[in-house]
Design a protein around this ligand. Sequence first.
Ligand code: BES
Ligand code: ZN
Ligand code: ZN
Length: 476
Amino acid sequence: MKKIYLGSSKEMPNDKIYLFSKEKPETLENLDPKQLAFIKNQLAKEISIIEMLSNENRMEWFVAVEKNDDCQKMAETLRIQGSKVLAKIKAQKISSVGVINSSNMDHISLPFVEGVALADYKFEKYLTKKEDAPLNEIAIEDRITPEAIEELQAIIKGVFKARDLVNEPQSFLSATQLSKEIEEMGKEARIKISVLNKKKIESLEMGGLLGVNKGSVAPPTFTIMEYKPKNAKNKKPIVFVGKGVVYDTGGLSLKPTPASMDYMKSDMGGAAAVSCATYAIALAKLPYHVITLIPATDNRPSGEAYAPGDVLTMYNKKTVEVLNTDAEGRLILADALSYADQYKPELVMDVATLTGAAAIAIGTEGAVIMGNAEDRYFEEIDRAGYNVHERSVRFPFWEEYGEMLKSDIADLKNLGGREAGAITAGMFLENFTESPYIHLDIAGPAYLHNENNYLTKGGTGFGVRLLFEWIKTRSK
Ligand code: BES
Ligand code: ZN
Ligand code: ZN
């Protein structure tokens, strides 16, 4: 893992990045007139990352930062610039850099370094020849606190872990392995973990999770994380629930080819987001009580598999007619949402790669959010999302949509109509918790087929930074 620390320019790695104000390059110190003229010449050509060789033959990058009254926009531009500079650092095979804020703007190094660090990720476990080594050291000179750097480290660790989990194929990451990975995180960050095994899940009569698991050769798990620091600001916990479908074939309602199954190892992106956000929150020791629940299984066809037409009795005793075994996420989440109520939470929020409809509606740029909680919660999450650029857009929860979930023979069916698929999925879930409820559908942004600046190809870790930021604000 990369070391990020506060340093002074004298003791820093020799290769350096200087952040300076585009409007005021004069704030750059120790430049001779020729160098300053060169920088101005580059700026005139709209080049904002300027590469130079220092007098000691070291690399120097000068990054022109444009002031923007919209702080979020400015932070995002800095993250993207960070990822662009990383590509240049890599091209030089440099393993440690110093970042110096030479501008008159406060703590701009943080989002910049965040972008550098987040871009420096590759899932290499299965490569026999590892590519270039990641950066191992970033020193920062800026007026920022050591706590801010520790938080950044925690966030990066959380995001990388989430990406690793999403990128792992189901041949390794079974439900049991997922719970083991969470136990490891818990040990490191001092989070209390309990894993319910199949026997326990049977005794609890979690009909949704067991129904989806019926076709599987591997058992389901239900993992509970509790982070309860002594100095917690909240009396009632927030409960997060993450969809942990480690592989989704669609079951007997097999996914229609072509290619729709190819990336379904990512169907535990919600589980990765909530577990790794909890991990980061605990690593950063945020004073906030959080409980995180992960129902996990794969979803496959077999002689034993649950079938369209089956009626499941869920953990809360409601009955569900299964009309499509590919709408499995809502079945395992439903049991977890009902289970959450025992903690008397202030709010329950699930995060899930739940519907293709959400991805079709807004693409990979953000998540779809909905629920019955008070507006102020949506406002908080909206703001947090803008701060970290993990945005969401709210969909309605009008009761009329509920009509589409009526079954002839059971309390509910697991399928709405052709329309409003993301909403009917969310409204299905609302039936399973008595607590104020929010649903975040990350089917679009959880997994990318092309890299996008500091978001690498494959698992993105979407949700980790959003939840961390939100809980951080709440813990203040
Ligand atoms: N895991 C999928 C949703 C998904 C699709 C995630 C694409 C990521 C990318 C989910 O279990 C699913 O199959 N949903 C169905 C629901 C339908 C049968 C009501 C869908 O969206 O088509
Ligand atoms: Zn499915
Ligand atoms: Zn799924």
